[in-house]
Design a protein around this ligand. Structure first.
Ligand code: OAD
Length: 229
């Protein structure tokens, strides 16, 4: 039986595509305090600013392309069952052809009713005050903001528990519950962690830390796994 490979990705995997990470920029996200644009309180205080911010992120997404790291995952899935769990809200995994992608923190190209988290719509253009869901409520970005529940975490934990190999790419492992997913791994599962600033993670598993950028570290690891298969 082929090992089941689960890959947890964060902002670092999209960095070489030109999307800045969160914590490499002094707590600012594209010149904004993260809490201003990624919290329910920020939304309540200034919804126009929040909409403008995500409208710009949606526009930016149209100008960037998947990089070698995203493409390496497409190659890997030709040889193994592969599941991606991403904290990213961009669609670069999908555009690279990654097939099984679970978005833990939502998606830039989706919006939802402010009142009902289950009323979700595809949305590729600007979102404005006055754009309403079917329930009459204002539409907001379909992004999990700080302090909000992470509905996909149960599914992500199940997928993690079924991993035979676990690869972590480009995440500071600071944001929970995503960072806690490693706690669901069987203790014999080999973990690889690719991040130029990777810190130690406290797990009983065999751990190989690869302090490289995703665009070089991941293709190399993928080639090694395919060779060993
Ligand atoms: P962070 O910004 O916290 O961490 C990005 C990580 O990527 C850091 O550890 C960097 O060292 C690493 N990195 C930078 N360039 C890289 C490269 N070329 N290749 C590989 N790694 C690189 O981003 P996340 O861990 O994804 O939530 O942050 C988690 C969540 O916090 C995000 O999903 C976001 C944020 O608030 C929401 O938007 C809801």
């Amino acid at each position: 039986m082929k090992p089941n490979i689960v890959i947890l990705t964060g902002a670092g995997i999209s960095q070489e595509s030109g999307i800045p990470t969160f914590r490499d920029s002094n707590g600012l996200w594209e010149n904004h305090d993260i809490m201003e644009v990624a919290s329910p309180e920020g939304w309540e205080r200034n919804p126009e600013l929040v909409l403008k911010f995500y409208n710009l992120r949606r526009k930016q997404l149209k100008d960037v392309q998947p990089n070698e790291a995203h493409k390496a995952i497409t190659k890997l899935q030709e040889h193994f069952p592969v599941q991606v769990i991403t904290q990213n809200v961009d669609d670069l995994h999908e555009r690279a052809g990654n097939k099984n992608v679970l978005h833990l923190h939502g998606e830039l190209y989706k919006v939802r009713s402010e009142k009902n988290p289950d009323l979700i719509y595809e949305w590729h253009d600007d979102l404005h005050i006055g754009d309403l869901a079917e329930d009459g409520a204002q539409l907001r970005p379909h992004i999990v903001w700080f302090g909000e529940p992470v509905p996909m975490i149960t599914k992500a934990a199940e997928l993690t528990a079924n991993a035979d190999i676990f690869i972590i790419v480009g995440t500071s492992m600071l944001v929970y519950p995503a960072a806690g997913l490693v706690g669901y791994l069987r203790s014999d599962v080999q973990v690889y962690y690719i991040d130029p600033n990777a810190k130690e993670i406290n797990i009983p598993n065999p751990l190989t830390v690869i302090r490289e950028k995703a665009g070089t570290g991941l293709p190399r690891l993928v080639d090694k796994l395919i060779e060993q298969a």
